[in-house]
Design a protein around this ligand. Structure first.
Ligand code: CP
Ligand code: NVA
Length: 330
């Protein structure tokens, strides 16, 4: 197992070996233990990182800030719209400037090519805090949560329900292939992941003894599953006009009591969050007024129920992001 990923960027899990991902998970567990026991770990004092957000965030931003503070780092947050990047300054120039001042750069935004280009020009590690195609830091938190729950992850069956071609679904398919988890994308044919990515993941899964299955059949897809996972039906950066179409297409894939009953008796429910499971958000209320839906990708009873692990996942974002920062900057 590697002892360091010093100097590496964290752009997508396809760039990392199974052993490197396992190393990050082990490091995350160490950091979680230290945090819980109050053991100081300001091991990167004197270094600085910048968080470049072109989309909004609660968990990812807070995880990078808290993890950075715990490690002794200086942290600068640039919110959507407050940097010059793309408007008055090219991506290349921005990357070169930030690379002169900071030891690491987090980017959340649009096309995967942007974060890849930032890494190419910055000369310091760049971390992907979500792009249209991938959300790799979320994956470490999710696998850690699965392992904490079952004591293992290899050989389990994880089903992603709904918009199976979004950043979270793509990344779950990749991490499953890398770690030998049996992955099922369960949704309508037009929301399935890109065929080339599926083929790549199938090759990797084959080496690790697991399978990648695509199905539009909820009954078959979720039968006996250990993990039922879903995400919002319209992702950040997609037009609001898509809601009507997605509601029609994805409503049959809502995670509700019937879905959970069809999974294994000890199955868990997971969601990267944020989630539309009640009417406590402005978007949720707008959708209710327009389309009459009180809950969307997940029923409120499942979200709040005993099988839900969503807040463990959210906490684990911080411990795992700390591991990524430390492993690449130490
Ligand atoms: N899961 C996740 O990335 O949440 P945020 O959008 O709040 O960062
Ligand atoms: N698919 C969602 C994930 C949010 C964490 C989005 O991109 O908006």
């Amino acid at each position: 197992m590697p002892r360091s990923l010093a100097g590496r960027s964290f752009l997508k899990l396809l760039d990392f070996t199974t052993d490197e991902i396992k190393y990050l998970l082990e490091l995350s567990k160490d950091f979680k233990r230290m945090k819980r026991s109050g053991t100081p770990h300001k091991w990167l004092t004197g270094k600085n990182i910048v968080l470049l957000f072109e989309k909004t965030s609660t968990r990812t931003r807070c995880s990078f800030e808290v993890a950075g503070n715990d490690l002794g780092l200086g942290v600068t947050y640039l919110d959507p719209g407050s940097s010059q990047m793309g408007k008055k300054e090219s991506l290349e120039d921005t990357a070169k400037v930030l690379g002169r001042m900071y030891d690491g750069i987090e980017y959340r935004g649009f096309d995967q090519q942007i974060v890849e280009d930032l890494a190419r020009y910055a000369g310091v590690p760049v971390w992907n805090g979500l792009t249209t195609q991938f959300h790799p830091t979320q994956m470490l938190a999710d696998v850690l949560t699965i392992e904490e729950n079952f004591g293992r992850y290899k050989g389990l069956k994880m089903v992603f329900m709904g918009d199976a071609r979004n950043n979270v679904a793509n990344s779950l398919m990749v991490v499953s292939a890398k770690l030998g988890i049996n992955f099922v994308a369960c949704g309508p044919a037009e929301n399935m992941p890109d065929a080339e990515l599926v083929a790549t993941c199938r090759r990797i899964a084959d080496q690790n003894g697991s399978t990648i299955t695509l199905t539009d059949n909820v009954e078959e897809g979720t039968r006996g599953a250990n993990v039922i996972y879903t995400d919002i039906w319209v992702s950040m950066g997609e037009p609001a006009e898509l809601w009507e179409k997605r509601i029609k297409l994805l409503s049959p894939y809502q995670v509700n009591e019937a879905v959970m009953a069809n999974a294994a008796p000890d199955a868990i429910f997971m969601h990267c969050l944020p989630s539309f499971h009640d009417l406590e958000t402005t978007v949720g209320r707008e959708i209710y007024e327009k389309f009459g839906l009180k809950e969307m990708e997940v029923a409120d009873s499942v979200f709040r129920g005993p099988q839900s692990r969503v807040f463990d996942e959210a906490e684990n974002r911080m411990h795992t992001i700390k591991a990524v920062i430390y492993a690449t900057l130490n």
